[in-house]
Write a protein that binds this ligand. Structure first.
Ligand code: ATP
Length: 236
């Protein structure tokens, strides 16, 4: 049996004025996978995450569950199950943790309270701090809240853009455990990261992006054995 294609990207080009950020990217994410997208600063990871989530214009093909996303707005994609968790976190700083989560469930359909409970089980710190203003939370706690809020939209595909950016090592384990539990709950994940080791620990397949192009792709074990990746990204 072949797994169902959740996200398909073919010959994707994105430019910002004169800057060519993506220059013909092909990648895909299948049902139940965690796919990692690694690469240095400026490689185009965030551009790819923003494009598939409907925020940027592009040339080439992007399909979600077989449907072309070109004419779709980000909110249409969220309703269809493609939910983006931005590296900027985009929290409502003057609102409480609980309110940020409730706003994440903007469809407020049946089941949102269950999803909130799932988020609180995932990150108990959020429940302990449910009345605290989001802006006064630590960087790691804010990242948990951003992921939690994305989960409130009941994703089928979660696009997680650089969840470990700027976080202290002690908090990485919580984010790591969270990602595994989210996978176990049946959510497919596209994970963009500069942290190669973190990504290799979670991903079923990894793409290395450099200067807007896919330079390598494969299973983490294959890439760990690749001399170029070892020298340039794993430091041994
Ligand atoms: P980082 O890990 O630093 O976030 P990244 O891999 O996510 O890097 P992008 O943020 O996608 O890379 O950037 C890809 C390229 O596009 C870079 O050269 C960047 O300067 C450029 N770029 C990104 N956003 C814009 C913008 N709004 N206007 C102009 N150029 C941009």
């Amino acid at each position: 049996t072949t797994a169902e294609r959740v996200l398909g990207v073919e010959d994707l080009h994105v430019t910002y004025g004169e800057v060519m950020a993506l220059r013909g990217v092909d990648l895909h994410v299948d049902e139940g996978e965690i796919v990692g997208l690694i690469g240095p600063n400026g490689a185009g990871k965030t551009t790819l995450a923003n494009t598939v989530s409907g925020f940027l214009d592009y040339e080439g093909s992007v399909t979600y569950r077989g449907e072309d996303v070109h004419e779709k707005k980000p909110s249409d994609l969220v309703s269809a199950g493609l939910v983006h968790c931005s590296e900027d976190r985009d929290l409502f700083g003057h609102l409480s943790v609980a309110d940020n989560l409730e706003l994440g469930a903007y469809r407020h359909d049946e089941g949102w309270e269950e999803r909130r409970d799932f988020v609180y089980d995932l990150f108990p710190r959020l429940e302990e701090r449910s009345d605290q203003h989001a802006r006064t939370m630590s960087g790691g706690e804010q990242q948990m809240l951003a992921i939690g809020r994305a989960l409130m939209s009941d994703p089928d595909l979660l696009v997680l853009d650089e969840p470990t950016l700027g976080l202290a090592p002690v908090i990485l384990q919580d984010i790591s455990d969270g990602i595994e539990e989210i996978r176990e709950s049946g959510v497919t994940i596209l994970l963009t990261e500069q942290n190669v080791t973190f990504t290799m620990n979670h991903a079923d397949r990894v793409y290395l992006l450099e200067q807007g192009r896919v330079e390598r792709e494969g299973h983490p074990d294959e890439l760990r054995g690749d001399e170029y990746i070892r020298d340039a990204y794993l430091g041994h």
